[in-house]
Design a protein around this ligand. Sequence first.
Ligand SMILES: [Zn+2]
Length: 237
Amino acid sequence: MPSGSDHAILLGELLCDATHEILWASHADDIRRQQANTVLQCRVGPGRATYHRFDPRHQHHLITYGARMVAAKQHPEHAVGWLSSREIQQHRYFEGELSTLNLLAHTCCHEFAHLLQQVAGKRYRGSVHNRHFYRLLDDLHRQGGADQVRGYLQEGARRRGLALSATAFPPVAAPAPVTLWQVGDRVSFGEPPRLKRGQVVKVNRKTCTVACVSGTARYRVPMQMLRREQSRQDDSC
Ligand SMILES: [Zn+2]
C-alpha cells in the first residue's frame, strides 16, 4: 500500500484519467465544434489548489487536482470544509451522501463544469460559481456522467490497489459556520452591478465582517450570502 502522499498522488492521477476518459470523451465533439483545436490537460498539483484554467492563445484547458485536496477528502473532519461537501449536501448530488468516493467523483465534475462553463462563455470575473455553472454541474449529475465517473474511480482504484472508501461518513453535526469561513478568506457577495469582493476580517456568530477590496467599506454579511473567491493560493473546490 503506497504511503499517504504517494497514495494521494496516485488517486489524483486516477481523477485525471476519469476526467479524460469519461467527461472529456463524452463532450469533446461538442466542445470542438465551438473550440476547434482545443485540448485538455489534467495534472496533479502538490498543494490543495484545485482549479480549471483556460489559455485562449493555445486553446488549452488545464485542470489541476491538488494532492493535498485528495488527501483531505479521505477524512470527514477535513472534508466538511470544502465546497464539494456543501454542494453534495445542498444539491443532493449522490443523494446527499458524503464519502471519499463521492467527494472525489464530484470534484471531477465540478472542475469539468468549469471547463464547460468557459466553453459556453458563462464564466465571468467575480462570478465564477454562478447559476450557469450550477446548471452545467446539475446536468453532469442528472445525465449520468457523475455516476460513470464514480464507477470509473471505484473500479480503477480496485485494479490499482488503492484504498478509496465508498463508506458514508458518520453523521457529523452540521459544521458550525465558523469552520466554513476564516479570517483571510477571499469572498464575494451580491450580484452585478452591486457585486462586492473582499476579505473576511472577522467571523461573527452568523455573519462575517468583510473588508472590500476597493475602498475602506466594511460590511457585516450573513454567511449564507457569501461566496468563496478563487485564488491561486487557496482552493475553492
Ligand atoms: Zn469551482
